[in-house]
Write a protein that binds this ligand. Structure first.
Ligand SMILES: [Zn+2]
Length: 315
């Protein structure tokens, strides 16, 4: 039996898993990324942790055949990171080479959302399909496109950045500096932004009550919870989000024509109340032929999607 390592590097913590070649997690743990200490420090700490886990599982280190990593930034050729979002590490570091020097094990990396997409496609909601698009609806909107056995990472590592697809000319301002991006409407941040603006005018609703009138407490979850209870104010926001979500998904369908769309992240937890509306509106934006056999599913792996997908990069 051969074994593989999956690492999900985050701003604060990094998740590390030791898996078999079927994507089963045999052991996993979380360590502080401590990116401030430098890239070599972090990579060494990750490898030391892997060795500790292998020892606990009584797995010989020469049976570890690959290390895969999910990185918060654009990754080129699964080796080099163009830049790290929110890390004090230099640009264009060849992490693959560095990790191989430290560990002696083949190392490949990809963008963190691409890696989640790979995990969901191979081992979760997309199992059995050869063409999938995973849309992570969290603080922003991330995307991972998987076609015929391969992730579409792009020439400079920005493949699958569907959160910055434009849905409005002169639309809401995005963190990327441009306007009208998908993520300004369909992310949790987008939901909060729209709700806050409506709460300025309407205070007689379930959402205002749920946060005791304290706008700082507002989370996207409040809106979805109240919508599930039938609150009209919350339902109209869900409808607004569903409209943009359908438009974004419709554009993706027309370009990629996948078998399955996998929705993950916090906003996806809204579940059927959002999904039913999206399915209803989708024919307004997607060519009929792209919806014929389409499956729209919620992610199934939760927080394990990252390390599962990362481990598959070297299998
Ligand atoms: Zn943008």
């Amino acid at each position: 039996m051969n074994y593989f390592v999956g690492v999900d590097i985050g701003g604060t913590n990094s998740k590390i898993g030791l898996l078999n070649d079927q994507g089963d997690i045999l052991k996993s743990t979380s360590i502080k990324t401590d990116s401030i200490e430098g890239v070599d420090y972090t990579l060494n700490k990750i490898w030391e942790t892997v060795l500790e886990m292998a020892e606990e599982l009584d797995i010989s280190r020469d049976l570890i055949k690959g290390i895969g990593m999910g990185i918060p930034g654009p990754v080129i050729d699964q080796k080099k990171v163009a830049f790290f979002a929110n890390f004090p590490w230099e640009k264009n570091i060849n992490i693959s080479e560095k990790m191989e020097e430290i560990s002696g094990v083949k190392t490949r990396l990809d963008n963190d959302v691409n890696v989640i997409a790979l995990g969901e496609t191979l081992y979760g909601a997309g199992k059995g399909y050869s063409k999938s698009v995973t849309i992570a609806l969290g603080t922003g909107v991330g995307g991972g496109i998987f076609v015929d056995g391969k992730l579409i990472s792009g020439a400079t590592g920005a493949g699958g950045e569907i959160g910055h697809m434009k849905l409005e000319k002169e639309g809401k301002l995005c963190g990327c500096g441009q306007k009208g991006c998908f993520e300004t409407y369909a992310s949790a941040t987008g939901v909060i932004r729209e709700t806050l603006s409506r709460l300025q005018i309407n205070k007689t609703n379930g959402v205002y009550k749920a946060i005791d009138g304290d706008l700082n407490k507002l989370e996207a979850k409040h809106v979805f919870d109240e919508a599930k209870k039938g609150d009209e104010f919350a339902l109209s926001i869900v409808d607004y989000v569903a409209e943009y979500l359908s438009m974004g998904i419709g554009n993706v369908l027309n370009i990629i024509n996948p078998d399955v769309i996998i929705l993950s992240g916090g906003v996806a937890l809204a579940g059927d109340i959002l999904l039913d509306k999206v399915k209803e509106k989708l024919p307004n934006y997607a060519l009929a032929i792209t919806i014929e056999n389409l499956k729209i599913k919620l992610g199934e792996l939760g927080n394990d999607a990252g390390i599962k997908g990362a481990s598959a990069l070297t299998i």
